[in-house]
Design a protein around this ligand. Structure first.
Ligand SMILES: [Zn+2]
Length: 144
């Protein structure tokens, strides 16, 4: 799944490309700054190209994003690795339910030179499907 992501300023024509990982991390950590030029607030848009529905790019807006407060970290040879699993809620075009997306990155590399590496095959589903799964997991006692 090819995914393009960008911040769009809501009331000025400037665009900023922080990268998908950094943009989602800014949202998850509540540090999305307004436009440096005019002070407009920013929204993070993601365009999803789903190979199976053939309807062209589906333009979504991030409602919120979450990261675990404590993330797993480990050493792999001479590299340091940190796992960043996101839970992202999205507004989709009108004909769709709210979307839920679970992308993840491994930030890895030698000390001082780490870089985010995108994990492939992140699931994307409508909110009703996600809620169904969570309700089943709760009923089975898997969620404390
Ligand atoms: Zn501006």
């Amino acid at each position: 799944m090819a995914t393009d992501a960008y911040f769009q300023w809501t009331s000025c024509p400037d665009y900023s490309y922080p990268g998908m990982f950094e943009g989602l991390r800014e949202i998850a950590e509540n540090r999305v700054a307004p436009c440096a030029k005019c002070g407009a607030s920013r929204k993070f848009h993601l365009d999803f190209n789903f190979a199976t529905d053939g309807s062209g790019p589906r333009r979504c807006t991030v409602i919120n994003a979450f990261l675990p407060s404590a993330r797993p970290k480990w050493r792999q040879g001479k590299e340091f690795v940190e796992f960043f699993p996101f839970l992202v809620f999205l507004d989709q075009p009108k004909s769709y339910d709210r979307g839920v997306w679970l992308p993840y990155w491994h930030v890895k590399g030698p000390k001082g030179r780490t870089r985010p590496v995108f994990g492939q095959w992140a699931p994307f589903m409508d909110l009703a499907l996600y809620n169904d799964l969570v309700a089943q997991a709760r009923a089975a006692g898997c969620l404390e």
